[in-house]
Design a binder for this molecule. Structure first.
Ligand SMILES: [Zn+2]
Length: 123
């Protein structure tokens, strides 16, 4: 696998594939995670090890993100920016939100977008 821009064979979007954090060849990170979520739903399983690895590959420490939607009463308002601190062993994304909140993001339930550190998604 080479590092570079590719067209996702699922959704057709251009994405940046990083050879240092390999995902499924030819499939964009979002589709890879969608697939992992679908598998977790089908098997009615909690995050399996593979899914957690995918999420870890997708959300790297230091990455800047923006909150779109979070299903929690304590959630920061939509549009709040934050920095990824890591991913825990059950696949939650640990975030230091700019408003001081430390609420975790649950992929598949909550929605965030990456705004930095990934050329395909940078503003
Ligand atoms: Zn895709």
């Amino acid at each position: 696998m080479e590092t570079g821009y590719k067209t996702c064979i699922r959704c057709g979007r251009i994405f940046f594939e990083d050879a240092a954090a390999p995902l499924a060849d030819g499939i964009c990170p979002d589709c890879v995670i969608d697939e992992a979520l679908e598998r977790a739903r089908r098997t009615d399983a909690k995050w399996d090890r593979v899914s957690v690895q995918l999420i870890k590959a997708r959300f790297r420490p230091g990455m800047r993100i923006r909150l779109i939607r979070m299903s929690d009463d304590q959630a920061p308002p939509p549009g709040t920016l934050g920095t990824v601190r890591g991913v825990d062993d059950i696949g939650s994304v640990l975030v230091a939100w700019d408003n001081g909140s430390g609420l975790n993001v649950i992929p598949g339930e909550d929605q965030i977008e990456i705004i930095g550190d990934d050329p395909a998604f940078a503003d």
